[in-house]
Design a protein around this ligand. Structure first.
Ligand code: ADP
Length: 305
C-alpha cells in the first residue's frame, strides 16, 4: 500500500531521557514510515530503543527531536488530551502480559475503549461481542479473564485493541507469555487480522522465527535503525556516532516516574494498562482509558475521555 498516506511517519526522531543528572539518548535519529496494512517486526538487543520507539509510535510520548506524525497529526502540535484522542482513534496496543481487568467480563473488557468514544452501552456490547467472535471467543463473552487460559486472555486483549478499528496495532512480545503452540495460534490470529482488516501490525519480538514471518523487519541497535527491509522508502540515517550514551546533564528525570507513566496506553483504545512509564512491558493499574499521562513527563494532565 505504498500509495496510501502513512499511518505513522517518523523523521529523524530522537528521544533523550534525563536520569539522575545524566542524559540517556535512547533514540538518535530514527526515520521510518508505517503504512496501512504493514506487518513489521521490530527487533534488536535489549536497550536498543525498541520500547522507546513503541512509546513514540503509539503517541504515549513525544520525541525530544525530529518530527513524528501519527494519523496525519504532528504530535508536537497536540495537547495531552488531543494526544489521548489520537491514540484512541488510531492506535491499539497489545502487551506481553495481557493487562485485562481480571474480574470484569471479556465483553466488558473489550467494550471499555468505546466508552471514551461516547458509544451507547448497547452498541458497545454488540461491537465488543462481534470483535470477540472474530478472535474466536464468541462463546466466552461473559467469562472473566481469571477464568481463561493465557491464549484466550491474549485474544481478549487483541479484541480490545481492535474494537475501535485503529489503523495501527502495536504489539510488544504478544506471544512472550504463551507456550509455543498457543503463541503460534495468537500470531496467526494477528496475521489474519492484519491481512483482513488492513490494520498495520508493528510487533516487538525477540523470537527470530516470529520476526522472519513479518513482511518487513526493522532492526535497532544503540538507538538507531541499522536495518529496515523497506528502507527503499527513505535512506537509513547516517550513524551520528555514539561517543557515549551517558552525558552529564543538569536536571534529572526518573526513568519510571511512579504514578505518572503512560496511564492508559491508548487514551481509551487499548487495555487496562497503566502507570509505570514502561508501557509495553509493565503497565500498571487500570485507568480504563481516561488517563492521558505520558511516560517520563511528570505531572498527569486532564484527559479526553
Ligand atoms: P529496548 O526496548 O530495546 O530494551 P529501551 O527503549 O527500553 O530499549 O531503552 C533504550 C535506552 O533508553 C536504554 O539505555 C534504557 O536504559 C534507556 N531508557 C529507557 N527508558 C528510560 C527512561 N524512562 N528513563 C531513562 N532511561 C531510559
Amino acid at each position: 500500500m505504498t500509495g496510501s498516506p502513512p499511518a505513522i511517519e517518523a523523521v529523524d526522531v530522537s528521544r533523550t531521557y534525563q536520569l539522575d543528572g545524566v542524559s540517556v539518548e535512547a533514540l538518535r535519529g530514527v526515520s521510518l514510515t508505517v503504512r496501512p496494512g504493514d506487518y513489521v517486526a521490530l527487533v534488536g538487543p535489549s536497550g536498543s530503543g525498541k520500547s522507546t520507539l513503541m512509546h513514540l509510535l503509539g503517541g504515549l510520548d513525544r520525541p525530544t527531536g525530529g518530527r513524528l506524525v501519527i494519523g496525519g497529526r504532528d504530535v508536537n502540535a497536540l495537547s495531552p488530551p488531543e494526544m489521548a484522542t489520537l491514540r484512541n482513534e488510531t492506535i491499539g496496543f497489545v502487551f506481553q502480559a495481557f493487562h485485562l481487568l481480571p474480574r470484569t467480563s471479556a465483553v466488558e473488557n473489550v467494550a471499555l475503549p468505546l466508552v471514551y468514544r461516547g458509544v451507547s452501552a448497547r452498541q458497545r456490547r454488540e461491537r465488543a461481542a462481534a470483535m470477540l467472535g472474530r478472535v474466536g471467543l464468541g462463546h466466552r463473552l461473559d467469562h472473566r479473564p481469571n477464568q481463561m487460559s493465557g491464549g484466550e486472555q491474549q485474544r481478549v486483549a487483541i479484541a480490545r485493541a481492535l474494537v475501535t478499528e485503529p489503523t495501527v496495532l502495536l504489539a510488544d512480545e504478544p506471544t512472550g507469555n504463551l507456550d509455543s503452540v498457543t503463541g503460534a495460534a495468537v500470531l496467526e490470529l494477528l496475521e489474519r487480522l492484519n491481512a483482513e482488516s488492513g490494520v498495520a501490525l508493528v510487533m516487538v519480538t525477540h523470537d527470530q522465527e516470529v520476526a522472519a514471518r513479518a513482511q518487513r523487519r526493522i532492526t535497532m541497535r544503540d538507538g538507531v535503525v541499522v536495518a529496515d527491509s523497506a528502507a527503499h522508502d527513505r535512506p537509513l540515517p547516517v550513524d551520528h556516532g555514539r561517543p557515549e550514551t551517558l552525558v552529564p546533564a543538569p536536571s534529572a528525570e526518573p526513568r519510571s516516574v511512579s504514578g505518572s507513566g503512560p496511564g492508559h496506553p491508548s487514551g481509551g483504545s487499548g487495555g487496562a494498562a497503566g502507570a509505570t512509564g514502561r508501557l509495553p512491558r509493565e503497565p500498571g493499574p487500570s485507568h480504563a482509558g481516561a488517563d492521558t499521562r505520558e511516560p517520563g513527563r511528570g505531572e498527569p494532565e486532564d484527559g479526553a475521555t
